[in-house]
Design a protein around this ligand. Structure first.
Ligand SMILES: [Zn+2]
Length: 260
C-alpha cells in the first residue's frame, strides 16, 4: 500500500476533528486519509469534494480534493468520518447489487440487462441520503462542526441534475431521493427546480417513497441495523425491484461502492 499521498489531520489544528477521528478509529482502525488532485474520479459535472472508498475491503480510504481550503478540509473529512461511524458503529452499511452466481442464467440475464441503468448513482444515493439525515445534526450537536460544504453542494448538484431531463430511470429515482434530502436539510425544492411540475413520474415516485420509508430518520432517530435494511429493501421493492438482488456492505464482498 503506497502511503505517499496520506494526509495527517493534525495539521488542520481542529480538536473536534481529532476527537471524531479517534472515536471513528476505535470502531475501524484501518482508516487512511488522502488528498487527491482535482478532476479525478468525478461523475458528470457534479462536484464532490470528498469520498470514501475501500469499504468492501474493510480498509476505508477517505479522499479529499486538493482544492479545498483548511476549513473545508475539516468539514469534508468530518463528513466522511461520520459516514464511517454510521457504518461501523451504528451498523448502517451501504447497499449494493448482488452479483449472481455463474450458471444462474435467469438472474445473470437480469443483472446484465439492468446494468444500463445508473445503479451506482441510485444505490449510492440511498445510503448517502439516509446517512445525511442523521449525520448533519450529529456533527453539529456532538462536535460543533457545521457542514456548510455539504449543504452548499447539495444545492449546487441538485440544481444541475434536476434541470437535466436526459436521465435514465435509476437516475430519476436517485434524484427523487435527493429532492427528499433537499427538503429535509434545506427547504422547498422549488428553490432549486425551475419547473417542479416537469419532473418525471419516476422522480415523484421515489420522492414520496423516500418520505414514507426514511421520513423518521434523524439524529434523534437512528434506526436499528435490521430495520434500516428492511426500510431500504422495501423502498427498492416498492420501486419495482426484487429485494434478493441487493446486498449490504461491509459484510459481503466484491462489489465496488463508495460514499460521498
Ligand atoms: Zn455524504
Amino acid at each position: 500500500m503506497p502511503f505517499k499521498n496520506s494526509f495527517d489531520i493534525a495539521c488542520l489544528e481542529s480538536e473536534a476533528l481529532q476527537r471524531l477521528f479517534h472515536e471513528t478509529t476505535s470502531y475501524m482502525q484501518n482508516i487512511t486519509i488522502e488528498v487527491i488532485a482535482s478532476g479525478r474520479g468525478h461523475r458528470s459535472q457534479e462536484e464532490h469534494p470528498a469520498t470514501t472508498i475501500g469499504l468492501t475491503l474493510q480498509r476505508p480510504v477517505v479522499q479529499i480534493g486538493d482544492w479545498l481550503d483548511k476549513g473545508q478540509r475539516i468539514e469534508a473529512i468530518a463528513h466522511e468520518l461520520a459516514h464511517l461511524l454510521l457504518v461501523y458503529r451504528a451498523g448502517l452499511g451501504v447497499v449494493g447489487r448482488r452479483i449472481p452466481r455463474p450458471g444462474d442464467s435467469e438472474n445473470v440475464f437480469r443483472f446484465f440487462m439492468s446494468m444500463r441503468g445508473d445503479w451506482v448513482y441510485l444505490l449510492g444515493q440511498i445510503s448517502n441520503t439516509t446517512h445525511h439525515l442523521i449525520l448533519i445534526d450529529f456533527l453539529k450537536q456532538e462536535y460543533g462542526i457545521e457542514d456548510d460544504l455539504h449543504i452548499y453542494l447539495l444545492h449546487q448538484n441538485f440544481c444541475l441534475a434536476a434541470n437535466d431531463n436526459a436521465r435514465d430511470k435509476e437516475s430519476q429515482y436517485g434524484m427523487g431521493l435527493v429532492a427528499f434530502e433537499y427538503e429535509r436539510l434545506i427547504g422547498k425544492i422549488d428553490r432549486a427546480i425551475i419547473n417542479v411540475d416537469h419532473q418525471s413520474e419516476f422522480f415523484w415516485q421515489a420522492y414520496h417513497l423516500a418520505q414514507k420509508h426514511f421520513g423518521r430518520y434523524g439524529f434523534r432517530f437512528i434506526p436499528a441495523p435490521a430495520s434500516y435494511k428492511e426500510d431500504i429493501l422495501s423502498f427498492l421493492e416498492a420501486l419495482g425491484y426484487q429485494r434478493e438482488d441487493f446486498i449490504f456492505f461491509p459484510e459481503g464482498k466484491r462489489e465496488a461502492c463508495s460514499m460521498m
